[in-house]
Design a protein around this ligand. Structure first.
Ligand SMILES: NC(=O)c1ccc[n+]([C@@H]2O[C@H](COP(=O)([O-])OP(=O)(O)OC[C@H]3O[C@@H](n4cnc5c(N)ncnc54)[C@H](OP(=O)(O)O)[C@@H]3O)[C@@H](O)[C@H]2O)c1
Length: 347
């Protein structure tokens, strides 16, 4: 492992890298996941992994005395990071001058000039640049400008059959080399995730909820399910087992989970077509304000999509009815329609 005190120590002939950035004090489980994700990306791309960390702690410069004492020395941090697969650890002196860099300057100075980042792996709460103006969404935008991909949210794929989950992970990694994705049987996948996207056909929903109810308690459940029936080519909303919508049924079945209905009006093929830009609104509803805000932040990571907060879960019935309309329109026009709502105030 190489240890650099500042970017001037990076060898002049250093090629492209996978870079991860953070204070990583204590190198706890969350940090380990990020650095292991970077190591996976490095292995996929055949590139070395560089960890950028800071000394002193940025908070000490920005709000002196505001952060708790560090858990480990920079030397020990570097050793732990090397154990997770980092080829080099670069300790950046966090100065007042450094804290003034805007997000674009930060990316150029820290990620591009010396390290030629091709993939940047960070935690989803990662902030960078003056006044923490940069977030993962901006990092992804700057990645398009400087030709690197930003990875901020690790994905766990669940399936009833573990081999199918593994196949889905291979498909993801073929489309996005170095993506932080892993596959498990549904129960194990739910146990490993704090946020679960429930994307099963309505016919399989009750069985799944029965099996996963306890494991989903306390988690954020993102429901995309739409109960539909098709007769003579006409798509209609199907009865949702006594509830007014699948979203409401799921929240009733999982009283301890934070359910947010979302993405119901967006064709999966559109999300899966990485070459085509996304556009339109993701309307979301759920009874927990913080959960809706969390899903809105995830939507914000998808360039071109806007999250529209529709309030309580009772609105799920209208989202689901809109999907039936969209599918009938798709059939009529051979399209992949989604929705955009006009006239809302700017956030
Ligand atoms: N496709 C879209 O564009 C779209 C858009 C908006 C909303 N939705 C909603 O999203 C949900 C999934 O849609 P989809 O098109 O992805 O459907 P799908 O391909 O038929 O099903 C998705 C996965 O669910 C699992 N599954 C199938 N039957 C199951 C059962 N009885 N119990 C548990 N798991 C089962 C299967 O995975 P394993 O075999 O690997 O377990 C399957 O690959 C649906 O409720 C749909 O209404 C879809």
């Amino acid at each position: 492992m190489q240890r650099w005190q500042g970017l001037d120590d990076v060898p002049g002939d250093w090629g492209s890298s996978v870079v991860t950035v953070g204070v990583f004090d204590g190198v706890h489980r969350g940090h380990q996941r990020i650095v292991s994700g970077a190591a996976g990306a490095g292995a996929d791309l055949g590139l070395p992994v560089v960890v950028i960390t800071f000394d002193p702690h940025p908070a000490e410069v920005i709000h002196p005395g505001s952060h708790p004492p560090l858990l480990c020395t920079t030397r020990r941090r570097a050793r732990l990071l090397a154990g997770l697969g980092a080829e080099a650890v670069c300790v950046l002196p966090f100065t007042h001058e450094f804290s003034q860099l805007g997000p674009d300057e930060f990316v150029r100075a820290v990620l591009m000039d010396r390290l030629h980042a091709r993939r940047v792996v960070v935690g989803e709460n990662f902030r960078f640049g003056h006044r923490a103006a940069g977030d993962v969404a901006l990092l992804a935008e700057l990645g398009e400008k400087y030709d690197f991909a930003a990875v901020g949210v690790p994905v766990v794929i669940g399936s009833r059959v573990v081999e199918r989950a593994a196949a889905a992970v291979r498909t993801i990694r073929a489309a996005v080399p170095g993506a932080s994705a892993s596959g498990y049987e549904n129960g194990e996948a739910v146990a490993r995730a704090e946020r679960v996207v429930l994307a099963v056909p309505f016919a399989g929903l009750a069985g799944f909820l029965g099996r996963a109810r306890d494991a989903l308690a306390g988690k954020l459940v993102i429901d995309v399910v739409v109960p539909l029936s098709v007769r003579d080519g006409f798509v209609a909303l199907a009865a949702a087992d006594g509830a007014a919508s699948a979203g409401e049924l799921i929240q009733q079945a999982l009283p301890a989970a934070r359910v947010v209905s979302a993405f119901k009006n967006l064709p999966a093929q559109r999300l899966g077509d990485l070459a085509a830009p996304l556009e339109g609104d993701v309307v979301l509803c759920g009874n927990d304000d913080a959960a809706r805000a969390e899903v809105a932040a995830l939507v914000g990571l998808l360039p071109g999509l806007r999250a529209v907060d529709a309030g309580g879960i009772a609105n799920a019935r209208y989202l689901e009815a809109t999907t039936a309309l969209l599918l009938n329109l798709n059939r009529r026009y051979g399209a992949r329609a989604s929705i955009a709502i006009l006239g809302l105030p700017e956030p």
